[in-house]
Design a protein around this ligand. Structure first.
Ligand SMILES: [Zn+2]
Length: 66
């Protein structure tokens, strides 16, 4: 089952309540603020802080600041 990107409009990070970014390749929802990646299980995002993966600096390739 594919993740419905329309859900992005209503989903928020459980930690900071901020917007999430969808990583299609990794099938994860990313919170850049907290540097957490939430997995998507069978189209259902697992928005649990203790289930999230911590991002390493190398993965922050969308960083806008220099
Ligand atoms: Zn967050």
């Amino acid at each position: 089952m594919a993740f419905d990107t329309k859900l992005m409009e209503i989903l928020a990070c459980p930690v900071c309540k901020g917007k999430l970014d969808y990583d299609k390749a990794q099938q994860e929802l990313i919170c850049k603020f907290d540097r957490l990646a939430y997995s998507i299980d069978n189209g259902i995002p697992v928005l649990l802080e203790n289930e999230a993966r911590r991002l390493v600096l190398d993965e922050e390739n969308t960083e806008q600041e220099s």
